[in-house]
Ligand binder design. Structure first.
Ligand code: SF4
Ligand code: SF4
Length: 178
């Protein structure tokens, strides 16, 4: 009989302790998010797939097509297409393909870039039904991201010829000196 009473008292005590803990956490501030209706701010240190940095002054990327990132990538994820337009001095980036299925997020490409043109995206919830859903073209993404950020794209001025070249190209009899 005494043992039964002790058991009932112990059970009631345990029940009260459990209920007090439930009440304490039930009343405290919610720390979870109702995903996907709510999302949390991602820490700046999060490493999503690499992306080209959007230059907030020009709305364009900062890549100079040096190919260092493509050469340094140990997994062969990067394929860059660059062309030198007629009359231009430097190559210009046309396409920047990233195969994220092979990327180990080692960060070599970001570290080696001389113009700091690469960063990690904060895309943490990528989903897809095929591996092709994880192939990205980053130049196209820069255009879309600049648009989403409300940045007006500034077109570069055409390269001006050097003074001596301009003089040589000037028509004969164009001298206005007196
Ligand atoms: S993070 Fe590493 S594996 Fe991924 S693209 Fe850059 S260099 Fe290649
Ligand atoms: S290392 Fe930087 S500047 Fe060079 S090709 Fe890659 S992203 Fe462009």
């Amino acid at each position: 009989m005494i043992a039964t009473i002790k058991e009932i008292i112990g059970g009631a005590k345990s029940l009260l302790v459990g209920m007090s803990i439930t009440a304490k956490y039930g009343m405290s501030k919610t720390v979870t998010a109702h995903y996907p209706f709510e999302t949390l701010d991602i820490t700046p240190n999060f490493r999503g797939h690499i992306d080209l940095v959007v230059n907030t002054k020009t709305g364009k990327h900062k890549c100079i097509s040096c190919m260092m990132c493509q050469r340094t990538c140990p997994s062969g994820c990067i394929e860059i297409k660059a062309e030198k337009p007629e009359g231009a001095k430097k190559k210009q980036l046309v396409e920047y393909h990233l195969d994220f299925t092979k990327c180990s997020l080692c960060g070599n490409c970001v570290e080696v870039c001389p113009t700091k043109a690469l960063e990690y995206s904060n895309e943490y919830n990528l989903v897809g039904t095929s591996r092709h859903d994880f192939h990205f073209e980053l130049v196209e993404r820069v255009v879309k991201r600049a648009d989403a950020m409300g940045i007006v794209v500034v077109e570069e001025k055409a390269e001006e010829p050097k003074p001596e070249k301009a003089a040589a190209e000037a028509p004969v009899g164009d001298d206005n000196s007196e």
